[in-house]
Every structure is written in C-alpha cells, then in structure tokens.
Ligand binder design. Structure first.
Ligand code: WTA
Length: 646
C-alpha cells in the first residue's frame, strides 16, 4: 500500500466548486440532517411538483423500503434536455467519435431534443407507454442515448444490455423483465470489426421463447444487410413521420427509470432497479462535484452505456448538468494505443474518466500512447471499476496527467447509482490507490465477519449504514432477493460485498470483492453464471470458477473442470469449452486458464471450498488453511501438482 501523499494541485483549487471547509461543513450536514441537506440539493432539479417528503428509508431486513422525495413529480428528460434549451440549446451535448478515426458527429441539445422526441413518439406508436419495459442492445452511437432518453420521456423503463452479451444473455434479460420492445442496430463497430447485433437478437428470439416481445426496432448503423422479420421495424422509417414534439410524461420520483442487470455471487444476474428523482439527483450532483464540472468543460467518460458508469456518467449526470461530453464508439487500442491521446487533443478534452484496465493496457506500451500527443487540455482524471494499482495510478498521473491533474478514484457500484467514496479534486490530498473519503450523505463503516463494527485503522467488510438518494430500490420482480442480498448479512446496513481498509488518516482503500463476484477488466461477472454456462457443455460434469491475479485484467478467470466419464480431454476440447462460454455468455467471460481435474475439494456436505481453489489458482500454497473438513483431502495435492505442471 503506497503511502505517498499528493497534495491538491494548485490549479485544482482555483475556481472550484468546493473548498475543504465546504466539504467538511456539507458532509456533516448531509449525515446529521439529511432532510434539510437533500431538500436543498433537490432544488438543483426542475420538478413538476416539488417534493415535501424528503427521506423515508428503512434498512430493517423485515421491512426494507427506500423512498426519497416520494411526493415529488418530474421527468428526467425535461431535466436532461428541455431546461437547457432556452439559453443553451446550441451547446453541444455530445461529440461523437466513431470507431473510424475519421468519423465524428456533433449533437447539440436542440438536436438531442428533436431526436429523442421523434423516437419517443415512435415508441408510443408501437404501443409503448408508462411502466412498459424496453430492452436496448446498441453500439456506442448517439442512438443508444436517444433510445434511453426516449424511454424516460414516455415513462417506459429501459434495460440496456451490454453489446458484448450473447443471445442467451439477451433472452434471459428480456424474459426476466418482460420487455415488449427491443431497440438495436444492424451492427456495431469495434476496432474495425463488425459486431452482429441484429443477428444476435434474431438468435435470442429464435432460440428462446420470449413471449413478451412485440417489436424489434433496428437502427441502420453500418448499413450492411441483415435479416428483416415481420416484427422488425426500421428506426428511420418509424421516426420519419414522427413529430419533434413529445410532451414529457409526468413521473413520480419513485417511479422506476431503468433496470440494469448485474452479477451477484449466486444465480442469474439481478435486475437492479433505479427510480427517477433520487437517482437523477445522485447522478447529477456527483458528476458536478466529483469532476468539478463547469459549463464549457469538455468531459469524456470512456465507458459503455451498457454498464452503470455509462448510465450515470455518459447519460444522466452530464446531461442534467448541461455538459458537453465525448462519446466514443471504439476501443483505446485502435488503430493504435495513441487513440485516447488523439481524441483528447482532437476534442480538447478537459476531464477524462476511464478504468484501470484501460490504463494498464496502455501503460504496457511505455510512453508510446502519448507519443505526439499534447494532452495540455486535460485538467482532471478519473478512474472507476476496480482497484487501481499504484503503478497504474502513477503512470496515469504523470504520463497522461503530466503531474498537474488530480486523479479521482471513484468507488461505487451498479446498486449505488453513482460515486460513493471518492476524492474531490479541490479537497482531497491523493494517495495512489485510495478511494479516500465518502461523498455527501454516504456513511461507510467496516465490520468483521460477525458484523461487529471495527474502529480506527483496520481491514474489514465495507457496509453503508444509512440510505442515500441514488441507492437502488429493489431487484426487479424479486424484492426478497434484494433484501437477502444486501440487508441480511449485516442486519440493518447495506452490505457492499467489498472489502476495504481504513488507514490512520481515515482514507478508505477498496481491496476488492469478498464474495464470489469477479472483476475482470472492470467487468463484473458472477462465478455462478460462468459455471452454469460451463456445465451446459456436454463434456463438463462439474465446474468451479475462481478469480486469480492477472496483470492486465486485474482478475483473470480460472476454471476447474471435472469431465464427464468417457470424455477424452485434450487441447481441442479445452478450446471448445472456452469458446462455448464466449458464445453462451459473452467474450468478456472467456476463461483465461482451464484446469481439468478428477476431483474438486468439497466439504463432507458437498460444498466446493473455493477458498482453496483461489489459493491454488494464485499459486499460493502455504496458507491453504484448514483442509481437514474436506471429504477427500488428497484432491488438494493432485490439484496443486497439476497447477505446478502447467
Ligand atoms: C469494484 C461499477 C475499487 C468494486 C461502477 C465494486 C472498485 C464493483 C472501484 C462494482 C474503485 C468499482 N476501486 N473497486 N474505484 N469502482 N469497484 O457494479 O468491487 O460494475 O463492488 O459498478 O466494482 O461494479 P459495478
């Protein structure tokens, strides 16, 4: 753990929203008198009916109920678009940069309004209304944002499915939330390659029963040929006759805005539900303070709208603040590893927000990623998605940020709606690798395995003791699962599933998941999902998946497999199984290492001891812990021997 401290850079203090004194005062009020604090902050949104009831929340496992601003009414897109039009309609909302370095587009707030209104009217024509679910499976093009906002305009609930997911994952999500329309594109483009989005949707709907699905709206992005079925609707034809006037639906603050599926330690991904008022306030206020965003700044969040980072920090937060964002279709390494720097220079980016995995991938090329790059427009850097190792932090700070830009290492989760523990650029002296201090209203604590609160400098399980406006409200269709997952481990508190260390200066350092969730290149994956894809292959009798340290990905996917009897295990089969997971789930879930074995370490009651498998995968054989409870302790020696012989 690096204990080097970097003071707030001089330039970050000038003209910033907050001084350290402001933060201390506002934080104290936010936790001591949340009603007054959040009533005041909520005035930054435009309400149809201003809320009079501010906070009504309970973490009691018998009655988990989270409501903020419950009598308020508003529309998210009015806040993200319409309210900017009178004075700032000509301002750029998005600078879209295509995969091909020669393609880009400018979307002003006026244009955003018209595009969103047209497709929102198009959805209404298809019979979509308030409360209906709409799935969105799109590449990183402006139409993905139009689609999300069109849903919010008419009160429909979107669920964005990451463009890297396979047909099975699409069908599971569509069926779980009973989506009646799916919006997609013919193809995506990444690093010059076509991604067959429409074909994936076709397979999802052909190979699975999706009775709720009525129409697939297809945007022609590459224009290449795709199959058109009788329920497919061409985006341009649908919107051709649609008006640019689409009155926003008035929504209650607690009406759902979106569902986003995320992996947990057990079972299939959960549909995390975010609602309208609290989420929008959280996304916008964190965007404003964490990035010290001011009008005129060019801001670039290099995430994908398929993940929560894209929802909060490409779409809802920046737009509510009237920001100008770069939206990037491609990947950091195409045409070569200078692409990020080139985009920064081309669009004069001031604020860059990306993930440690991207930083590590570039860093592996030394100074080449910044060769010929000025980078002088940058004034702030952000990191999200996984712990940033100090080496990557330093490279980011010195090579990209030229030692003058604060780095905000933002810790948060799909369930939290936005940043929770993070440095503030004009407030926090930085320690490389520390997420540092809680944002307004966030009350973190550390507990031991029994739930006893730990004080002072210590390691522990990270919990949050009271609600904040951006918190997820439930798991779609399964409130009991929401309660079980987050509120029963340490009753009366929100359990994050992360471990953390608090140091002597009260800085929090996130150490990673303490459950069976993997973080592979910043992508959250459940071991249970990967295992279920594996056992659906005919050669696999049983499988156990664990994470292990991986230089570039942060965590790699290590797979232990027991083959079915009579199956001949060879390299070809290993490849086949690996491809199977890619196809069943997603290329991001591709195993890094597969170890075939004749047995798995199990307790006498048949539970796989993952703790031991994790140690073996990480090549740590000294502290295997107690193996005496294993049904067959000999299995461990065999596994170690096989691992060493790899
Ligand atoms: C991890 C992404 C350390 C963490 C926004 C969390 C981090 C999970 C950080 C959520 C960070 C995210 N430092 N770890 N700055 N940010 N994580 O839901 O384990 O995709 O629980 O949300 O990512 O991943 P999710």
């Amino acid at each position: 753990m690096s204990q080097q401290i970097y003071p707030v850079p001089a330039r970050a203090k000038e003209q910033s929203h907050l001084t350290p004194q402001d933060y201390a005062r506002m934080y104290a009020q936010s936790v001591e008198d949340p009603e007054t604090f959040w009533a005041e902050q909520a005035k930054s949104l435009d309400w149809v009916t201003a809320p009079t009831k501010i906070k009504n929340t309970s973490f009691d496992a018998h009655n988990v109920s989270i409501k903020w601003f419950e009598d308020g009414e508003l529309n998210v897109t009015y806040n993200c678009i319409d309210r900017h039009l009178a004075t700032r309609g000509h301002v750029t909302a998005f600078i879209w940069e295509g995969d091909d370095p020669h393609s880009h587009d400018i979307i002003t707030y006026h244009r955003l309004h018209d595009e969103v209104a047209k497709i929102a009217n198009g959805l209404r024509k298809l019979g979509v209304g308030k409360g209906d679910r709409v799935a969105i499976y799109m590449p990183m093009i402006p139409q993905a944002v139009y689609a999300m906002l069109a849903c919010a305009r008419i009160g429909a609930v979107h669920t964005v499915i990451f463009g890297g997911f396979s047909p099975n994952a699409i069908a599971d999500r569509v069926n779980n939330c009973q989506a009646k329309v799916l919006m997609t594109a013919d193809e995506g483009l990444r690093a010059g390659k076509q991604i067959p989005l429409k074909a994936n949707v076709d397979s999802a709907l052909a190979e699975h029963d999706c009775p709720s699905m009525e129409h697939v709206v297809v945007y022609k992005h590459t224009g290449n040929d795709v199959d058109w079925g009788k329920n497919d609707v061409c985006w341009d034809e649908l919107t051709a006759q649609c008006s640019t006037d689409c009155p926003p639906e008035v929504m209650n603050a607690e009406d759902p805005l979106f569902i986003l599926y995320t992996s947990g330690s057990t079972g299939q991904p959960k549909g995390v539900v975010h609602t309208t008022g609290g989420y929008l306030l959280w996304a916008s206020i964190t965007h404003k303070y964490v990035f010290d965003y001011k009008p005129g700044d060019i801001y670039w969040c290099a995430a994908d709208v398929g993940w929560v980072t894209g929802h909060s920090y490409i779409v809802y937060g920046p737009l509510a603040n009237g920001a100008t964002s770069v939206m990037f279709e491609g990947v950091p390494t195409y045409p070569d590893v200078r692409r990020i720097g080139q985009i920064v220079d081309k669009h004069k980016v001031n604020i860059l927000y990306t993930a440690p995995t991207a930083i590590r991938a570039l860093m592996a090329h030394g100074d080449f990623p910044v060769e010929g790059i000025s980078g002088e427009s940058l004034r702030l850097l952000g990191s999200v998605g996984e712990p940033i190792n100090p080496e990557a932090w330093h490279w980011y700070y010195t090579t990209v940020g030229q030692s003058r830009c604060p780095v905000v290492d933002t810790w948060w989760q799909t369930e939290t709606g936005g940043a929770m523990i993070t440095p503030l650029p004009s407030v926090t002296a930085m320690k490389p690798g520390a997420a540092s201090h809680p944002f307004f209203g966030v009350q973190p604590a550390l507990v031991d395995g029994q739930g006893n609160e730990l004080h002072g400098a210590t390691d522990g399980n990270l919990i949050i003791t009271d609600s904040w406006p951006g918190q997820a409200r439930t798991v779609y269709g399964d409130h009991e699962r929401f309660v079980q997952t987050y509120f029963t481990t340490y009753p009366g508190t929100y359990c994050t599933g992360d471990g953390a260390r608090r140091d002597e200066d009260d800085y929090f350092w996130i150490t990673g998941r303490v459950d069976d969730v993997l973080n592979v290149s910043g992508h959250r994956l459940g071991t249970a999902e990967i295992e279920s894809a594996l056992v659906s292959h005919h050669a696999v009798a049983e499988a156990a998946v664990v994470g292990y340290p991986h230089d570039l990905k942060g965590q790699g996917i290590y797979v232990y497999i027991m083959a079915n009897e009579g199956v001949e295990v060879n390299e070809e089969l290993t490849k086949e199984v690996s491809n199977w997971v890619r196809k069943e789930l997603s290329p991001i879930a591709t195993p890094d290492l597969i170890q075939w074995s004749s047995g798995l370490p199990k307790t006498r009651s048949g539970k796989i001891m993952r703790r031991i498998l994790r140690k073996i995968a990480a090549n740590e054989y000294e502290q295997l812990g107690d193996t005496s409870t294993l049904a067959d302790p000999g299995v461990v020696d065999t596994l170690i021997e096989q691992r060493l012989n790899r």
